[in-house]
Design a protein around this ligand. Structure first.
Ligand code: SF4
Length: 311
Protein backbone atom coordinates (compact mmCIF):
# COMPACT_ATOMS: atom_id res chain seq x y z
CA UNK A 1 0.00 0.00 0.00
CA UNK A 2 1.32 3.46 -0.94
CA UNK A 3 2.25 5.46 2.17
CA UNK A 4 0.21 8.60 2.92
CA UNK A 5 3.40 10.38 3.97
CA UNK A 6 6.97 9.14 3.96
CA UNK A 7 10.07 10.85 5.33
CA UNK A 8 13.27 9.40 3.92
CA UNK A 9 16.48 10.23 5.78
CA UNK A 10 15.20 13.71 6.57
CA UNK A 11 17.47 16.22 8.30
CA UNK A 12 16.29 19.76 9.09
CA UNK A 13 18.45 22.66 10.19
CA UNK A 14 16.74 25.48 12.14
CA UNK A 15 19.30 28.25 12.62
CA UNK A 16 22.21 26.68 14.48
CA UNK A 17 20.18 23.70 15.64
CA UNK A 18 20.00 20.48 13.68
CA UNK A 19 16.39 19.87 14.68
CA UNK A 20 16.01 16.57 12.80
CA UNK A 21 18.79 14.14 11.99
CA UNK A 22 18.27 11.45 9.36
CA UNK A 23 14.72 10.60 10.34
CA UNK A 24 12.78 7.89 8.51
CA UNK A 25 9.04 7.63 8.98
CA UNK A 26 6.23 6.00 7.01
CA UNK A 27 2.59 6.84 7.76
CA UNK A 28 -0.03 4.56 6.26
CA UNK A 29 -3.81 4.81 5.98
CA UNK A 30 -5.79 4.34 9.19
CA UNK A 31 -2.86 3.92 11.56
CA UNK A 32 -1.92 5.87 14.67
CA UNK A 33 1.77 6.61 15.08
CA UNK A 34 2.86 8.18 18.36
CA UNK A 35 5.97 10.34 18.81
CA UNK A 36 7.32 10.89 22.33
CA UNK A 37 10.25 12.74 23.89
CA UNK A 38 11.11 15.71 26.10
CA UNK A 39 10.56 19.25 24.85
CA UNK A 40 13.29 20.24 22.41
CA UNK A 41 13.78 16.66 21.14
CA UNK A 42 12.50 17.52 17.65
CA UNK A 43 9.04 15.95 17.79
CA UNK A 44 7.18 19.14 16.79
CA UNK A 45 9.71 19.72 14.00
CA UNK A 46 8.93 16.20 12.83
CA UNK A 47 5.23 17.15 12.80
CA UNK A 48 5.95 20.25 10.72
CA UNK A 49 8.06 18.18 8.32
CA UNK A 50 5.13 15.76 7.89
CA UNK A 51 2.89 18.77 7.20
CA UNK A 52 5.29 19.77 4.42
CA UNK A 53 6.02 23.10 6.14
CA UNK A 54 9.80 22.67 6.39
CA UNK A 55 12.14 21.99 3.52
CA UNK A 56 14.67 19.32 4.51
CA UNK A 57 18.34 20.23 4.38
CA UNK A 58 18.84 16.59 3.38
CA UNK A 59 16.45 13.75 2.56
CA UNK A 60 12.98 13.73 0.98
CA UNK A 61 9.33 14.07 2.00
CA UNK A 62 6.76 12.13 -0.06
CA UNK A 63 2.96 12.56 -0.12
CA UNK A 64 1.30 9.57 -1.79
CA UNK A 65 4.59 8.87 -3.58
CA UNK A 66 5.13 12.49 -4.75
CA UNK A 67 8.38 14.15 -3.70
CA UNK A 68 7.12 17.45 -2.20
CA UNK A 69 10.31 19.36 -2.80
CA UNK A 70 11.26 17.98 -6.21
CA UNK A 71 11.95 20.85 -8.66
CA UNK A 72 8.78 21.84 -10.49
CA UNK A 73 6.40 19.82 -8.27
CA UNK A 74 3.21 21.72 -7.38
CA UNK A 75 0.98 20.28 -4.72
CA UNK A 76 -2.67 19.80 -5.73
CA UNK A 77 -5.48 20.96 -3.40
CA UNK A 78 -6.41 17.34 -2.88
CA UNK A 79 -2.93 16.47 -1.59
CA UNK A 80 -2.75 19.62 0.54
CA UNK A 81 -6.10 18.89 2.20
CA UNK A 82 -5.21 15.26 2.80
CA UNK A 83 -2.98 16.21 5.76
CA UNK A 84 -4.38 18.47 8.50
CA UNK A 85 -3.14 19.64 11.89
CA UNK A 86 -4.49 20.11 15.42
CA UNK A 87 -2.30 22.20 17.72
CA UNK A 88 -1.89 22.28 21.47
CA UNK A 89 -3.22 25.82 21.74
CA UNK A 90 -6.79 25.55 20.49
CA UNK A 91 -7.47 29.18 21.41
CA UNK A 92 -4.70 30.51 19.18
CA UNK A 93 -5.69 28.26 16.28
CA UNK A 94 -9.30 29.53 16.21
CA UNK A 95 -10.35 33.00 15.10
CA UNK A 96 -11.30 34.79 18.36
CA UNK A 97 -13.94 37.06 16.77
CA UNK A 98 -15.80 34.51 14.61
CA UNK A 99 -18.51 32.24 15.94
CA UNK A 100 -17.89 28.52 15.90
CA UNK A 101 -20.57 27.96 13.25
CA UNK A 102 -18.96 30.52 10.92
CA UNK A 103 -15.52 28.98 11.40
CA UNK A 104 -16.80 25.56 10.39
CA UNK A 105 -19.05 26.77 7.56
CA UNK A 106 -16.28 28.72 5.79
CA UNK A 107 -14.08 25.73 4.77
CA UNK A 108 -17.17 23.67 3.85
CA UNK A 109 -18.18 26.39 1.43
CA UNK A 110 -14.68 27.17 0.15
CA UNK A 111 -13.91 23.55 -0.71
CA UNK A 112 -17.50 22.64 -1.70
CA UNK A 113 -17.54 19.79 0.83
CA UNK A 114 -20.54 17.71 1.86
CA UNK A 115 -21.88 17.99 5.42
CA UNK A 116 -23.37 20.73 7.54
CA UNK A 117 -22.23 22.59 10.65
CA UNK A 118 -24.82 20.94 13.00
CA UNK A 119 -23.87 17.52 11.68
CA UNK A 120 -20.16 18.17 12.27
CA UNK A 121 -20.69 19.54 15.78
CA UNK A 122 -22.79 16.51 16.68
CA UNK A 123 -20.06 14.23 15.33
CA UNK A 124 -17.60 15.64 17.88
CA UNK A 125 -20.09 15.57 20.75
CA UNK A 126 -20.88 19.32 20.90
CA UNK A 127 -24.65 19.20 21.37
CA UNK A 128 -27.04 20.91 21.12
CA UNK A 129 -25.28 21.98 17.93
CA UNK A 130 -27.13 25.34 17.60
CA UNK A 131 -25.95 26.32 21.08
CA UNK A 132 -22.26 25.67 20.30
CA UNK A 133 -22.44 27.08 16.76
CA UNK A 134 -23.39 30.47 18.23
CA UNK A 135 -20.44 30.58 20.66
CA UNK A 136 -17.21 32.56 20.32
CA UNK A 137 -14.03 30.59 21.14
CA UNK A 138 -13.51 32.34 24.51
CA UNK A 139 -16.97 31.19 25.62
CA UNK A 140 -15.90 27.53 25.39
CA UNK A 141 -13.78 25.42 27.72
CA UNK A 142 -10.35 24.18 26.56
CA UNK A 143 -11.80 20.73 25.88
CA UNK A 144 -14.71 22.14 23.85
CA UNK A 145 -12.35 24.35 21.82
CA UNK A 146 -10.15 21.33 21.09
CA UNK A 147 -13.26 19.47 19.86
CA UNK A 148 -13.96 22.39 17.50
CA UNK A 149 -10.34 22.23 16.25
CA UNK A 150 -10.70 18.49 15.62
CA UNK A 151 -14.04 19.07 13.90
CA UNK A 152 -12.50 21.72 11.65
CA UNK A 153 -9.61 19.43 10.72
CA UNK A 154 -11.87 16.39 10.17
CA UNK A 155 -14.48 18.16 8.01
CA UNK A 156 -11.84 18.55 5.28
CA UNK A 157 -11.89 14.74 5.00
CA UNK A 158 -8.14 14.37 5.53
CA UNK A 159 -6.33 11.07 5.32
CA UNK A 160 -4.01 12.10 8.17
CA UNK A 161 -4.17 14.51 11.12
CA UNK A 162 -0.97 15.65 12.83
CA UNK A 163 -2.02 16.19 16.45
CA UNK A 164 0.72 18.09 18.29
CA UNK A 165 0.14 17.85 22.08
CA UNK A 166 -3.65 18.19 21.55
CA UNK A 167 -4.58 17.42 25.16
CA UNK A 168 -1.80 19.28 27.00
CA UNK A 169 -3.96 22.37 27.52
CA UNK A 170 -7.08 20.40 28.43
CA UNK A 171 -8.25 19.60 31.98
CA UNK A 172 -7.18 16.11 33.03
CA UNK A 173 -10.82 15.06 33.41
CA UNK A 174 -11.58 15.92 29.76
CA UNK A 175 -8.45 14.45 28.23
CA UNK A 176 -9.81 10.95 27.85
CA UNK A 177 -12.89 12.26 26.06
CA UNK A 178 -10.71 14.07 23.48
CA UNK A 179 -8.48 11.01 23.03
CA UNK A 180 -11.58 8.83 22.59
CA UNK A 181 -12.85 11.27 19.97
CA UNK A 182 -9.53 10.96 18.10
CA UNK A 183 -9.78 7.19 18.35
CA UNK A 184 -13.28 7.32 16.86
CA UNK A 185 -12.13 9.54 14.00
CA UNK A 186 -9.36 7.01 13.42
CA UNK A 187 -11.93 4.21 13.21
CA UNK A 188 -13.77 6.32 10.66
CA UNK A 189 -10.67 6.29 8.45
CA UNK A 190 -8.32 9.09 9.56
CA UNK A 191 -4.71 8.23 10.40
CA UNK A 192 -3.04 10.19 13.22
CA UNK A 193 0.49 11.27 14.01
CA UNK A 194 0.12 11.83 17.75
CA UNK A 195 2.90 13.98 19.24
CA UNK A 196 3.17 14.04 23.02
CA UNK A 197 5.54 14.20 25.98
CA UNK A 198 3.05 12.17 28.03
CA UNK A 199 3.66 8.41 28.04
CA UNK A 200 0.30 7.65 29.69
CA UNK A 201 -1.72 9.21 26.83
CA UNK A 202 0.74 7.67 24.33
CA UNK A 203 -0.18 4.24 25.66
CA UNK A 204 -3.90 5.06 25.71
CA UNK A 205 -4.32 6.56 22.24
CA UNK A 206 -1.48 4.76 20.53
CA UNK A 207 -2.39 1.22 21.64
CA UNK A 208 -2.03 -1.26 18.83
CA UNK A 209 0.06 1.21 16.79
CA UNK A 210 3.70 2.19 16.41
CA UNK A 211 5.74 4.59 18.50
CA UNK A 212 8.89 6.65 17.89
CA UNK A 213 11.04 7.90 20.74
CA UNK A 214 13.07 11.00 19.89
CA UNK A 215 16.16 12.50 21.47
CA UNK A 216 18.09 15.52 20.16
CA UNK A 217 16.52 15.30 16.70
CA UNK A 218 17.03 11.57 16.25
CA UNK A 219 14.76 8.56 16.49
CA UNK A 220 16.44 6.40 19.12
CA UNK A 221 13.83 3.67 19.55
CA UNK A 222 10.82 2.61 17.53
CA UNK A 223 8.40 -0.32 17.43
CA UNK A 224 4.94 -1.36 18.62
CA UNK A 225 3.67 0.90 21.45
CA UNK A 226 3.04 -1.86 24.00
CA UNK A 227 6.37 -3.54 23.28
CA UNK A 228 8.32 -0.31 23.83
CA UNK A 229 6.46 0.70 26.98
CA UNK A 230 6.54 -2.77 28.54
CA UNK A 231 10.08 -3.64 27.51
CA UNK A 232 12.05 -0.43 26.82
CA UNK A 233 15.52 -1.24 25.49
CA UNK A 234 17.06 2.23 25.17
CA UNK A 235 18.30 3.70 28.48
CA UNK A 236 16.57 7.00 27.64
CA UNK A 237 13.12 5.40 27.38
CA UNK A 238 13.92 3.32 30.46
CA UNK A 239 14.66 6.59 32.32
CA UNK A 240 11.47 8.28 31.10
CA UNK A 241 9.38 5.32 32.26
CA UNK A 242 11.20 4.96 35.58
CA UNK A 243 10.44 8.61 36.36
CA UNK A 244 6.67 8.09 36.04
CA UNK A 245 4.83 7.99 39.36
CA UNK A 246 3.27 4.57 40.00
CA UNK A 247 -0.50 4.42 39.44
CA UNK A 248 -0.94 2.91 42.91
CA UNK A 249 0.13 5.56 45.51
CA UNK A 250 0.89 2.76 48.01
CA UNK A 251 3.74 1.78 45.68
CA UNK A 252 5.21 5.30 45.55
CA UNK A 253 8.23 4.20 47.59
CA UNK A 254 9.05 1.59 44.95
CA UNK A 255 9.50 4.25 42.26
CA UNK A 256 13.21 4.39 41.50
CA UNK A 257 14.10 6.85 38.74
CA UNK A 258 17.13 5.70 36.76
CA UNK A 259 20.21 7.49 38.09
CA UNK A 260 20.96 9.64 35.03
CA UNK A 261 24.42 11.17 35.06
CA UNK A 262 22.86 14.56 34.25
CA UNK A 263 19.28 15.81 34.25
CA UNK A 264 20.01 18.54 31.71
CA UNK A 265 19.52 18.15 27.99
CA UNK A 266 22.81 18.97 26.17
CA UNK A 267 23.09 22.17 24.13
CA UNK A 268 21.23 21.28 20.87
CA UNK A 269 23.54 23.57 18.86
CA UNK A 270 26.43 21.31 19.87
CA UNK A 271 25.05 17.79 20.22
CA UNK A 272 27.53 15.37 21.80
CA UNK A 273 29.55 13.17 19.46
CA UNK A 274 29.05 9.40 19.38
CA UNK A 275 25.78 8.45 21.06
CA UNK A 276 24.10 11.79 21.78
CA UNK A 277 22.70 10.38 25.04
CA UNK A 278 26.11 9.40 26.44
CA UNK A 279 26.63 12.44 28.77
CA UNK A 280 23.44 11.43 30.62
CA UNK A 281 23.49 7.67 30.22
CA UNK A 282 24.18 5.65 33.39
CA UNK A 283 25.55 2.79 31.26
CA UNK A 284 27.89 4.82 29.00
CA UNK A 285 31.18 3.13 28.11
CA UNK A 286 34.16 4.54 26.15
CA UNK A 287 32.75 3.34 22.80
CA UNK A 288 29.59 5.44 23.39
CA UNK A 289 31.36 8.80 23.10
CA UNK A 290 33.20 7.74 19.95
CA UNK A 291 30.72 5.87 17.76
CA UNK A 292 27.17 6.89 16.89
CA UNK A 293 24.94 3.82 17.31
CA UNK A 294 22.70 3.21 14.27
CA UNK A 295 19.08 2.06 14.66
CA UNK A 296 19.23 -1.74 14.61
CA UNK A 297 16.78 -4.50 15.30
CA UNK A 298 16.83 -5.94 18.82
CA UNK A 299 14.04 -8.14 20.18
CA UNK A 300 11.56 -6.96 17.53
CA UNK A 301 12.26 -3.23 18.05
CA UNK A 302 14.61 -0.77 16.38
CA UNK A 303 17.04 0.70 18.92
CA UNK A 304 19.99 3.11 18.62
CA UNK A 305 22.17 1.86 21.47
CA UNK A 306 25.40 -0.17 21.20
CA UNK A 307 24.42 -2.30 24.16
CA UNK A 308 20.63 -2.62 23.80
CA UNK A 309 19.45 -6.00 24.96
CA UNK A 310 22.45 -6.40 27.27
CA UNK A 311 21.64 -3.66 29.77
S1 SF4 B 1 25.07 3.71 23.22
FE1 SF4 B 1 26.03 3.89 25.23
S2 SF4 B 1 25.55 5.94 25.93
FE2 SF4 B 1 24.19 5.50 24.26
S3 SF4 B 1 22.37 4.73 25.23
FE3 SF4 B 1 23.62 2.94 24.74
S4 SF4 B 1 24.84 2.53 26.56
FE4 SF4 B 1 24.00 4.60 26.76
Amino acid sequence: MLALVELRNVSIQLGRVQALRQVNLTLRANEIVTVVGESGCGKSTLGRAVLGLLKPSAGQVFYHGHDLFAPGFRMSDELRLSVQVVHQDSYASLNPVRRVGQQLAAPLKRHKLPGSVPQILEQVGLTPAEYFAAKLPFQLSGGQRQRVSLARAALLKPKLIVADEPVSGVDATLRLAILDLMRRLNQEGIAFLYITHDLATARYLGRGGRMLVMYLGQVIETGPVEMLLDNPLHPYLQALLAALPPLDPRRAREARPLPLRSLDMPDPTQPPGGCSFHPRCPYARPRCSQEMPPLREVQGQQVACHFAGEL
